[in-house]
Design a protein around this ligand. Sequence first.
Ligand code: HEM
Length: 181
Amino acid sequence: MKGIVFSEFLDMVEEKFSIETSERLIDEVKTSSGGAYTTVGTYDSQEIMDMVAKLSEITSISVPDLLKTFGRHMFMRFAETFPKFFEGVTSTLDFLPMVDSYVHLEVRKLYNDAELPSFTCVSPQPGRLEMTYRSARNLSDLAEGMILGTADHFNERIEVKRESIQEDPLAVLFIITKLQE
Ligand code: HEM
């Protein structure tokens, strides 16, 4: 996993909890880099899971809730860092199908060793998107947070329901509905 994800995570911990909490995570989780992640460096994705588990222990907030909060935060930062991906796009349901076919493809050009999930999207009716997430890293809670972060960005209200897929334990189906203002 790229260093940008780790540094955004530690920034979020500082902002939402405290500097002491982020220092404690770095001290108590045996991190390979001692907490000094470079944006382009690549680190073991288990390390972020260890930090999230430790943060959950410290704050008594569940791991899924922390990953969702982190997804929302990370999306906001990505939107600031990569404005180009949003040119001409005005809504959550128009942007989300572009993540797999455009955004992550461009990310792969920037970081050729990026570990990215795959998404397949179907829109069965206007105002509704069915998005299937699949990744060996099983970060569907992070994905859910990023979907919610997309709606924050476009100032829209959405409902996200999720269903597991029996024959594929690495996949999760998100059913996203745009709600009226
Ligand atoms: C401007 C928009 C976006 C940018 C620039 C972006 C970029 C990235 C980058 C740099 C990574 C890290 C790859 C690595 O560490 O090797 C990543 C991972 C990820 N992205 Fe995106 N992303 C964007 C939008 C989204 C959205 C909207 C979703 C959810 C629908 C999403 C879902 C994920 C997930 C879940 C991962 C973690 C890796 C995994 O699950 O296997 N991304 N993305």
